[in-house]
Design a protein around this ligand. Sequence first.
Ligand code: CA
Ligand code: CA
Ligand code: CA
Length: 429
Amino acid sequence: MRRHFVRSITSIFAAIALTLSSPTVANADSRAINFEFPTYHTGSIDGQDGWAGTLGSPINPAIDQAVVTNTGYSSFGGQSWRISNAYTDGAFGDWPFSPSLVNEAGETAAQNGVVYSGGTRQNHFEVQWDFASTVPTTEQMGTDPLTGLDPLQVSTAPDRGDGARMSFIKMRDTSTGLAIDFADYQDQKPYGSESNPSAGCGPEDGFVTTTVAKNLDRTRPHTVKLTIDFIDGPRNDVVNVYVDGKFRHTGGTWEDYYRWCHESGGGTGNPAFDQSRTVDSMIFQARSGGGTCGTCRGFGFLIDNLSYVSSQSECHNGDGDADFEDQDGHKHHGHFHGNSCETQDNDESDDDDQGRHFESTSVDSSTFASDSSSETLTMVGTGLDGGLPVAFTLVVIDYGGAAPAVYNLVLSDGRTIVATLVSGTVSVK
Ligand SMILES: [Ca+2]
Ligand SMILES: [Ca+2]
Ligand SMILES: [Ca+2]
């Protein structure tokens, strides 16, 4: 009798625990990879823990990559994964893909190619990894007479498993330290549409590379993080790039490359084909277009502490990196980031007004409001205006492209900026 009672109580608690935890379990799906023994052993990563080429095919043995014993970065544990551009090519299917998540992420109608990714479609993807040079004391640079003086470079991208990259980060070595590039596909006016798909892949459109970090200390590891919100429809996916925990850039995905460009299978005018792609893993590559460093063989970058997650996001994001013009015709470069789900540590704002610079030092709150025609971000905190402490309120109103976004920065020293978007990216949602 007593046993039965205990069991009943236990099952009630189990049922409650299941109820409380099931939303998270159902909506978040993650992998965390530290390349440690015994899950990983030294040597090629091919076939280890789900790493492989497309659909489990072999990774090209010519690629210079291996799990290696750690050589001195304490946060990297006993083993890391090493990869260089001693070998490069323009292929996709035989480069290393990380293990797939159970649940893919992408727009509702994004194509997973049936076989490349699956599970329950999510609208949010995040990935983070550390990288470090195997040669912290000097720049790794090709000296091969055939390949020239090409520096070390390795790129990575969220992918469904066949090379249909939806974003892009390149890690580079330079004479002044490590650098990180981000690339997105930008459809400029005229915009592509189902009635005029070619306008989305015109001469004015293409991939845009932004250096999001440079002169990074080569003697220590650096952390890169991407957060991606996939939003149905063109020109609205949001990628935020963080380096060493600090927000660096907001941009788009490659959605409109797949949607509108013939070479990717889009631009047909048929909505069944003109769609973006899903992601569930990371592809790591050394593209020949970035240069080959023959003498980097056996060296290159160490990759470690790789983690990624797909989830269903109901967070609000306000991001901008854009030029605004006020009533007096003054140009301001505004840069801000607010997220209702993250800690405010990541939120920030700064404004450049032809010589006068405001930057936030602490954000107290980022709040969001919406109506039928606009989304509004209100950020409140403290900062420095021309080096002097001030309180600030930033209000950004995004009309979803129907009208230029409004940017209103009020500082406690009396300076007020009311301006509208002239170029760049603003997204509040
Ligand atoms: Ca490790
Ligand atoms: Ca266009
Ligand atoms: Ca979209």
